[in-house]
Design a protein around this ligand. Structure first.
Ligand code: BGC
Length: 730
């Protein structure tokens, strides 16, 4: 065996735990500390509280920071308390309960559209540095559930419908967060794809389908990112709550993937003491459960059960191991928050994620000659849309506006639309100094149409608010905005629609518009980012990380399971006795574009779609096989301006009938006329199938066809390679 082959073989043979950073010492230290703990100290790390004065009777310990969670440490042994904050988009605002703001990143979907792991890493490091500066040492950041249903109210907290893209970006987010000595938390493990009845729905899915989709996203994020913690989900999987699922926690995560960190529960997701034996290590926010299960009830149950006692020790060691591996016991790096730099980074993320969906007659970028510009709707005078729920972030001065949306119960405070202070109207004004700007709030359609008719060009803002805990009932724009757009576009065909949505929406008015851009929830500097794209200061390069269906009938489940039977309040009170099965075997692992490809359905816009102010020619593709296969793709900027292209590579045929699947991607910058040959690494697990009988990833011998092109349904360059049969080490 030559040296490279030997190194490769060794790398493959090593378990993930053996290649987990500073872990050898972390493992040893965890073992030593746990051995020195008293029985009472062993209970300490197993449960925490929600450190918010929301639930009556909550006493917030003096060293806690107001935020999602607090777990008391063991000061005698130098084990720090765990201070947890949400989430992936920045340090949560908790409705102003903690009086300091933070930098709001664009939605995770916007980050997904960037296809840019390096940027996600930087952005996540930035929010983790802010978290650490506020006293937190765990960020509940790392939402990577796959978008099985675009109506999911948390779509904006997730990256993509695709396991490779979600897994790679999830790993990048974890790396960024943990670079600041803050533990990252990939969540919600697993198959948590709808909010309706999230505490009770029971997911049905076959083994191979689960391994090749939702579980694969977690597997990749965990093996590449090495998160200190994993948060289990609310829903049931095959009859057991995810936080009480031996299958998910012990068999898949800890045995098959050899995950050495700890599993924390979602808030209020622990059904009982049995969760410890199933593999849960820590009960979070225990006031939100029926009992502090991992306190006295667990200790009582373990008193006559040596196996459970051993499990308690293991849970402690896992928590300690992550504390040491990520460096929570080390002095926090000194952080001086540079707000201007953090805003600039949030803006870069937004700019990279904006997707140009339509651009007739080169309506964009806006011509300097437009004398009158009408700006209509979408609160464009005040700010930009953001998503609601535990992940809500706000800047130092709080939201630009808060629009209460009603709601009852202890978490009613979450029910409000919040706008970030970055009004697109001001950003447009700044760039169109010579033009007359007309503004109309869009509330009266006829008036908005009259304003539109007076302008050379109309920029119409439309938004869709989403919130954790609630799915949207359909994919139409709310509040009659579809009618508004239709009337405005009829009054002025030069209408550019800017969407600020959590995920896909239908566009019955599409053909009548000149241009459409999807800006998602664009974060702290959203107005600036949008204006820069509109005026051509930034050439849009985002690509859809989720397919936009042409109707809900195209989805695997046209109706959201349980929609009519279940109580849809945030707490879902009264759902406990209800049984709703969600059948993910309908699409299996073929989520989104894979479903459309399999069914031969044409969505409104496919995964990977996104226009640019320039054009790209895919000139050549060649493939390299072996254990680490890759593609070399030659791309030319065939237009007149510089731009970025995301080169996405798909497997389209193979001996194991893979269907269509993204197997690799790379982002590249090209000057006008420039040609580059780009390497795209291929993730072997995407060429493999999960072999149920052999319980392993298996690449079948034979010829694989791979293809690339401007979007998942326009694959213009194809090549094939022959692979030997191979089992991939987990
Ligand atoms: C959410 C989690 C969040 C937790 C703490 C739960 O409702 O599902 O994502 O981290 O609350 O706020």
């Amino acid at each position: 065996m030559n040296k490279t082959a030997l190194l490769l073989a060794t790398a493959i043979a090593l378990s993930p735990s053996a290649s987990w950073g500073k872990e050898e010492s972390a493992d040893a230290r965890a073992r030593n500390t746990e051995a020195a703990m008293t029985a009472a100290e062993r209970e300490n790390l197993l449960h925490g509280i929600m450190a918010l004065p929301v639930i009556p009777g909550t006493i917030i310990p003096p060293d806690a920071v107001i935020g999602a969670g607090y777990v008391e440490g063991v000061s005698r042994l130098g084990v720090p308390s765990l201070k947890e904050s949400d989430a992936s988009l920045g340090v949560a605002w908790v409705s102003g309960m903690r009086k300091d703001g933070a930098t709001a990143l664009p939605s995770a979907t916007a980050m997904g559209a960037g296809f840019d792991p390096a940027l996600v890493r930087d952005a996540s490091a930035m929010i983790a540095a802010e978290a650490r500066a506020k006293g937190f040492n765990i960020l509940l950041a790392g939402g990577i559930n796959l978008m099985r249903d675009p109506r999911n109210g948390r779509t904006f907290e997730y990256f993509a419908e695709d396991p490779l893209l979600s897994g790679i970006l999830g790993a990048a987010a974890v790396e960024g967060v943990q670079s600041q000595r803050v533990i990252a938390t990939v969540k919600h493990f697993a198959l948590n794809a709808q909010e309706t009845g999230r505490q009770v729905i029971d997911v049905k899915i076959g083994e191979a389908a689960a391994r090749e989709s939702d579980l694969l996203a977690f597997e990749l994020a965990i093996e590449k990112g090495k998160p200190g913690s994993v948060m289990c989900a609310y829903n049931k999987v095959r009859g057991r709550h995810a936080c009480d699922s031996e299958y998910l926690l012990s068999d898949v995560l800890k045995r098959d993937w050899r995950y050495p960190g700890f599993v924390m529960s979602d808030w209020g997701a622990v059904p009982g003491v049995s969760a410890m034996a199933a593999g849960l290590d820590q009960q979070s926010g225990s006031q939100t459960d029926k009992q502090v299960w991992f306190g006295k009830p667990l200790i009582d149950a373990a008193s006559a059960d040596p196996a459970l006692q051993a499990r308690i020790s293991d849970a402690n060691r896992r928590i300690l191991r992550s504390i040491y591996a990520v460096g929570l016991d080390q002095p926090a790096p000194a952080v001086k928050i540079d707000q201007a730099a953090n805003n600039a980074l949030a803006q870069r993320v937004a700019e990279r994620g904006i997707v140009l969906l339509r651009n007739e007659r080169n309506a964009l970028p806006l011509a300097a000659k437009a004398k009158t510009i009408a700006v209509i709707g979408g609160y464009a005078d005040m700010g930009v849309m953001s998503g609601g729920g535990s992940s809500q972030v706000h800047g130092v001065d709080g939201p630009a506006a808060t629009i209460p949306m009603g709601g009852e119960g202890p978490f009613a405070f979450l029910h409000s639309i919040n706008l970030h202070r970055s009004p697109p109207l001001a950003a447009i004004r700044k760039r169109a100094a010579g033009a007359k700007i007309l503004y109309d709030d869009g509330h009266y359609i006829a008036e908005a149409a009259r304003t539109a008719a007076k302008a050379d060009v109309v920029i119409l803002f439309a938004s869709q608010w989403m919130m954790e805990g609630y799915d949207v009932p359909d994919l139409s724009l709310p509040d009659n905005q579809d009618a508004l757009i239709a009337a405005v576009a009829a009054a002025n065909p030069n209408t550019v629609v800017v969407l600020e949505t959590g995920g896909p929406v239908l566009m019955p008015w599409l053909d009548k518009t000149a241009a459409v851009i999807e800006a998602w929830y664009p974060g702290a500097q959203g107005g600036e980012a949008i204006a820069r794209v509109l005026f051509g200061e930034v050439n849009p390069s985002g690509k859809l990380p989720i397919s936009f269906p042409a109707s809900v009938e195209q989805l695997p489940r046209p109706a959201i399971p349980g929609w009519d039977e279940l109580d849809k309040s945030f707490e879902g009170t009264g759902n406990e006795a209800k049984k709703v099965t969600v059948d993910y075997d309908i699409e299996g692992a073929d989520i989104g574009y894979r479903w459309y490809a399999r069914k031969n359905i044409k969505p409104l816009f496919p995964f990977g779609y996104g226009l640019s102010y320039t054009s790209f020619a895919y000139e050549k593709i060649s493939l390299r096989g072996g254990n680490l296969p890759s593609a070399q793709v030659t791309v030319r900027n065939s237009g007149a301006v510089a731009g970025d292209e995301v080169v996405a590579l798909y497997a389209v045929a193979g001996p194991n009938d893979p269907g269509q699947r993204l197997v690799g991607f790379t982002r590249v910058s090209l000057k006008p006329g420039e040609t580059k040959r780009i390497d795209v690494a291929i993730e072997p697990k995407l060429l493999a199938r999960w072999d149920e009988a052999g319980h392993r990833w298996q690449i079948a011998a034979g010829r694989y066809e791979l293809a690339t092109g401007p979007s998942s349904d326009k694959l213009t360059a194809k090549a094939s390679l022959t692979l030997n049969a191979r089992t991939i080490a987990q």
